[in-house]
Design a protein around this ligand. Sequence first.
Ligand code: PMP
Length: 316
Amino acid sequence: MSIRYTGVSADILDAIGDTPLVEVEGVFAKLEFLNPSGSIKARIAKYMIERAERDGLLKPGDTIVEATSGNTGNALALVAAVKGYRMRVVMPEGLSSERVAISRAYGAEVEFCGNFHVDQALQRARELGRQPGFFCPSQFESEVNVEENRLVLGPEILAQLPDGRLPDALVLGVGTGGTLIGVGQAFRAVNPQVRLFAMEPGESRTILCGEIATHTIEGISDGFVPGIFQRHAELVDDFLSVSSEDAVAAMRQLARRHGLFCGPSSGAHLLAARRVRERFPELRTVVTAFCDKGEKYLHEYFMQPEAKAVRTEHFG
Ligand code: PMP
């Protein structure tokens, strides 16, 4: 076992990234819920803010504002706290209460806009971002988001795959699309044949079918096709869907079977990646990510001792 951390870190932001990659049920999963602030979004939050500082778009005393389904809000609130900026999170109502509380814990102000889907919050954050003293990273549009995933997260996964294996497939849901597209670009550079699969909730296949409906796979399919995805759609080979019910059941199983206490998108990612593995046996190295931690969903799913019935038929 190598020693991963030596010496003194500058601050908590140094603990972002360098997460484990585990093989679970035949697929490789990057454990992104272990990042500070509890999700994959810590990576782009730090990266987008440090880029804005270098480009002179963000100055001391400014307020960062962003539209989010919650995880990017938590992550930006963390970065803002460390760096001394004010943070305004603009998010819809109807998502897990923990996401709101976590942003507030880091000292952010939370403004509610719309219900469940992020489109109204997006308009509001754009509006505020144009005002003096505000900076909006625009995660749904930003190539800086894609760049972090291409230059940092993607290469990290490539370096961790065992025995120099190359990825055959990448399976991920689309919030901003930054992870699927950016990591996908990094994978294509080493294996031009790698297959990219976008996963959507069965109830709301927005990209594939134009459907916009509520679902419980929080953090993906926010009610519109993000700019990042529109610009890079040609990179994606195929779509698959997972129902909210199956995603939540798989989330529960991940904790009980493997000690991986993650949110519903992680359950959906596991099911989708396993399905790719089963349908296309030639794709041996299938990669996905477990994006946020289960503690963000305590009130929605884990406060009752009986914890509802758990369906097990997907897991043999
Ligand atoms: N899962 C969860 C829990 C998320 O919060 C997000 C991002 N909102 C994603 C998956 C998708 O990541 P991306 O924005 O890079 O598409």
